[in-house]
Design a protein around this ligand. Structure first.
Ligand code: ZN
Length: 205
């Protein structure tokens, strides 16, 4: 993915001495690279959402019908809160080293404070917070760049339909057949016409 200033500007820390609140800083070969303060902001937003999902009573959990365009089934039922917490944990486990993940688990998942963690891992306070910064930066980048369903922006994860479904349909339709969408160009729902297609194009593809 390509990072743009319009995205990083809102996330950057205004007092950051590396990017001066712009969110981008000069990288190699004249290119711009996102600042670490942006990655930390992304991690904190995702962590906040994770905590909300975990704290929610289980009977409040909501089942939602999600569009699944480009696949055999047009829509699937999902438990978004549970999916988000599972993704948060699994993506972190894959992205971090064994030692980083132990620190992450103790501090962020189990809630151990800095005093307990410093004793547990034999670190001084400064090294511990440096380690946390590195973990947050690593995960912040991962959460944003994850494909096809990034954990950030959070509202896109919960309300979006994914970014690549339209292109998936284009790949699966070699005959230039009309899109099977139930909506017309103005976004109005129209009744499905059975005469439109005689064969399932996905099976043919
Ligand atoms: Zn910065």
């Amino acid at each position: 993915m390509e990072w743009t200033r319009s995205e990083t500007l809102a996330l950057a820390q205004q007092s950051c001495t590396f990017c001066f609140g712009l969110g981008l800083r000069p990288g190699r070969a004249g290119t711009s690279t996102p600042c670490n303060c942006v990655f930390r902001a992304i991690f904190r937003a995702c962590y906040e959402k994770f905590r909300l999902c975990v704290a929610k009573e289980k009977h409040v959990s909501r089942v939602s019908l999600e569009a699944n365009l480009g696949q055999t089934r047009r829509s699937v039922w999902g438990l978004k809160n549970e999916e988000y917490t599972a993704d948060f944990c699994l993506v972190s486990q894959r992205a971090l080293s064994l030692r980083e993940h132990r620190i992450f688990r103790f501090h962020y998942l189990l809630g151990a404070d800095s005093v307990i963690c410093c004793q547990k891992f034999g670190m001084d306070r400064g090294s511990f917070f440096h380690e946390l910064y590195r973990i947050e930066q690593k995960l912040g980048r991962k959460f944003r760049e994850l494909e096809p369903h990034a954990l950030f922006p959070v509202d896109e994860y919960f309300n979006g339909t994914g970014r690549y479904e339209k292109s998936a349909i284009a790949v699966l339709s070699p005959y230039g057949v009309e899109d099977q969408s139930d909506e017309d160009e103005d976004g109005n729902v129209r009744p499905r016409s059975k005469k439109l297609l005689k064969f399932p194009i996905k099976k043919v593809a």
